[in-house]
Design a protein around this ligand. Structure first.
Ligand code: HEC
Length: 155
């Protein structure tokens, strides 16, 4: 009997801290989960309802678009128009991969906006070839208008 009580005591003191640890985590997560739900409720943009794999693929492309814009601005500041043009065509332009991706979305409006955006990336690449800084910046702004417009509409 004494042994049983001792064993139960040991069990209690070893398991109890883990239990309270799990409870602490759950408590700490509560506001985050709550915020996420609240956020979605107040975010009135159209959700694309993408699968986690598609979403991860889309976001990875997005980060690459951002990097392309950053590179183009840096190259413009150095007058490297040819390099900037190449990046515009290959990273922002309507490549076969981007065409397929844009055409694969269920939301057709989103797909069309994506195609227009990538065409503007090719336009930017062409304008950069003129080596005219003012025209190039204006073309870059047109491309970035699509970033802003789409982000305002979709999530
Ligand atoms: C046709 C629509 C569309 C266009 C055009 C577009 N995006 Fe996005 N972008 C999205 C969507 C949808 C998301 C996901 C947003 C969300 O879930 O809140 C996103 C997310 C992002 C993210 C977040 C990435 C991450 O890892 O979380 C970045 C950065 C981004 N876009 C950059 C850009 C830049 C820069 C441009 C323009 C050069 C651009 N996007 C053009 C639709 C677009």
């Amino acid at each position: 009997m004494k042994i049983v009580i001792t064993l139960m005591g040991i069990l209690f003191f070893t398991v109890a801290p883990f239990n309270s640890f799990a409870n602490d985590i759950e408590k700490a997560m509560e506001p985050m989960i709550h915020n996420q739900k609240l956020y979605s409720k107040h975010d009135e943009r159209t959700s694309l309802g993408l699968s986690p794999v598609m979403k991860s693929h889309l976001l990875s492309n997005m980060r690459s678009h951002l990097e392309a814009v950053q590179s183009i601005i840096g190259l413009l500041s150095k007058g490297s128009f040819d390099k900037a043009s190449r990046i515009a065509h290959t990273k922002l332009g309507l490549t076969e991969e981007m065409k397929n991706m844009c055409n694969s979305f269920k939301n057709k409006k989103f797909g069309i906006l994506g195609l227009e955006f990538h065409r503007s990336g090719d336009d930017l690449g062409n304008v950069l070839q003129t080596k005219d800084l003012s025209k190039s910046l204006s073309a870059l702004q047109k491309t970035m208008d699509y970033c802003v417009r789409c982000h305002n509409m979709f999530r």
